[in-house]
Design a protein around this ligand. Structure first.
Ligand SMILES: Nc1ncnc2c1ncn2[C@@H]1O[C@H](COP(=O)(O)OP(=O)(O)OP(=O)(O)O)[C@@H](O)[C@H]1O
Length: 257
């Protein structure tokens, strides 16, 4: 059974300026343990598709199931962790307090919360920083804390909307490596939005290229890279070939109107 099974999913927003076709006939299967990146120009529906999977938006057409359930059911079963572009940590709470907040809302016991916070801090290599406040941490560390928060209730699926877009390249490289490591350790299924071709190629088992007006999938590229990926893999002919394929896909779907 696919983790995400989208069949001809469409979503049209009705706006004052008329309908906006954010998604049109999007069909995609995401299998357990896949790392799927969504790439495409601004407005092609990447965020909308991620939000639709997470039951934050409702499709206006087609069928979408998650773990064989409706997206609402999957959300009630805590199938998703969601990481936003900005870390969104509360400045008056410590890092541990921020990670613990969704667990408090979900009614986890104090002992369970403490154990989970300790485990995810370790996973994102922030053990020892739980007592700090967000403003005492660098941007990259804050983003790792927000990933820890999304991991704390052990959702199968991690949905990440351009989590590293605001970070400098060196920090981004490190976090990309750390994310791959975390993915290998946990076996989670990841949906990841990015504007960066190297980031998409480095991280993904599959790269979904999208195009706007209407938002649709123009290409799905299967990665032939091994799962074990040192950063230097980016200099190999295989990596460069996949990056070229993504670039061609983007060019095909690009219109200048
Ligand atoms: N709530 C909404 N109401 C009306 N239109 C919306 C809404 N949300 C998104 N849209 C429109 O749907 C289209 C797709 O938006 P979306 O944010 O999914 O694109 P994106 O590919 O994630 O873009 P970006 O890379 O800029 O984040 C855009 O034209 C956007 O203006």
């Amino acid at each position: 059974m696919a983790v995400v099974d989208a069949r001809d999913v469409s979503l049209t927003f009705q706006t004052a300026d008329g309908p906006v076709h954010a998604l049109k006939d999007v069909s995609l299967r995401i299998e357990k343990g896949d790392f799927v990146s969504f790439i495409g120009p601004s407005g092609c529906g990447k965020t909308t598709f991620l939000r639709t999977i997470a039951a934050l938006e409702k499709p206006t057409g087609g069928n979408l199931s998650v773990n064989g359930m409706t997206t609402d059911e999957a959300r009630r079963k805590r199938a998703y962790g969601y990481v936003f572009q900005a870390p969104g940590l509360y400045p008056w709470r410590t890092i541990s307090g921020n990670i613990s907040l969704p667990l408090e809302i979900m009614g986890f016991s104090k002992a369970d919360r403490q154990a989970r916070v300790a485990r995810v801090l370790e996973l994102v290599e922030l053990a020892g920083f739980g007592g700090k406040f967000p403003w005492q941490l660098s941007g990259g560390m804050q983003q790792r804390a927000s990933i820890a928060r999304a991991l704390a209730f052990d959702a199968d699926i991690l949905l990440m909307d351009e989590p590293f877009g605001a970070l400098d390249e060196i920090v981004r490289d490190r976090l990309n490596e750390a994310l791959l490591e975390l993915w290998r350790k946990t076996g989670k299924t990841i949906g990841f939005v990015t504007h960066s071709i190297p980031e998409a190629v480095y991280l993904s088992t599959r790269i979904v290229v999208m195009s706007p007006r209407p938002g649709r999938i123009t290409r799905i590229i299967e990665s032939t890279l091994p799962r074990e990926r040192p950063l230097e893999i980016r200099d190999t002919p295989e990596f460069i070939r996949i990056a070229q394929e993504v670039r061609e896909g983007l060019r095909e779907g690009h219109s200048y109107d």
